[in-house]
Ligand binder design. Sequence first.
Ligand SMILES: Nc1ncnc2c1ncn2[C@@H]1O[C@H](COP(=O)(O)OP(=O)(O)OP(=O)(O)O)[C@@H](O)[C@H]1O
Length: 369
Amino acid sequence: MPLRVVVGDPYALPLTYGSVRLESDTEPAVRADVLRGARPYGRVVTVIATESLSKRFPRVTALDRLSLDIGPGVTGLVGANGAGKSTMIKILLGLSPASEGRAEVLGLDVSKDGPAIRERVGYMPEHDCLPPDVSATEFVVHMARMSGLPPAAARERTADTLRHVGLYEERYRPMGGYSTGMKQRVKLAQALVHDPQLVLLDEPTNGLDPVGRDDMLGLIRRVWTDFGISVLVTSHLLGELERTCDHVVVIDGGRLLRSSSTRDFTQTTTTVAVEVTDSDAHPDGTAALRTALAAAGVALHAREEEGLPGAGHVLLLEATGEETYDIVRDAVADLGLGLVRMEQRRHHIAEVFRPGPAEAGQPLEVRAR
Ligand SMILES: Nc1ncnc2c1ncn2[C@@H]1O[C@H](COP(=O)(O)OP(=O)(O)OP(=O)(O)O)[C@@H](O)[C@H]1O
């Protein structure tokens, strides 16, 4: 599974740039970028690839024949506690051998290229690993030096990286006195300081309040958009991944449930939610609308959703086309009700974990790609 950038110059010989191989049909602009030393991330096809990857412990199978293909950008790895996320990260870093199957990170084989992978990849562990009596600056400089940066470059990169994660004067204080949010930022900074091509972030929003979570998610997004560094981020909070990630991989009990772009996960459905007010003539506006729409032949869901307090209920119906919206509009007007909202529903990643009516009470539905 070599990384491959396709170049359009017929005279260009195949040539290797780091883990990227230029081929004779790679676009000229990309090739020029690569030869200039710029990163061709936008075009690299595969950042992480696994093939039937398994990890068995004596009592538990942490990963079960997982096959994945992850491209550049921000990818969410989601699963409940114990799903196998941390195990996967340790294998990808070349720190823990797989029991079966294979995996490549940036085109490097995890079973034999561990040191080369760790040179190019940053890692933010889940647990609190910061020494309490040193400052963020001292710690991140140390990590930069461990990654091979000379002293001056290590200090410069540390200052830049800590500024990027939003740590300013506090960076000179011992980390023992830091809040959880500040600690998470230092952990992110040490993963970025050696300018990696990819960062693996294990539960970076753990322990943060909603504002802290939003800030951290914004930072993670910018790691990709501002610096072109791909991100694999684990979480058990599906909503936050929907907002941050380009691609989401869902695992459960070590097995792949689904791997697809966030857009595919959250595509619109044909279900429309309609919320109306009540009126003197129709004290239950929703019930009146339900009857009117049923008479007009609109397919209605049996289930209603609770709307805003005092605003009635939300009626769910199936739209067959634009005309359904016209029928609803006319029915609401004829009944003299107020239309609070009429919106097309989107899928949510959480639905992957929700058994459908046929599977209720059965194990989770498996929808591998
Ligand atoms: N060294 C180990 N020895 C035995 N079992 C292990 C070991 N490491 C992990 N496991 C088991 O493998 C399974 C997957 O663990 P893993 O830590 O990868 O899950 P996770 O998705 O990261 O969950 P969490 O968010 O709780 O860390 C769990 O059942 C865990 O108990």
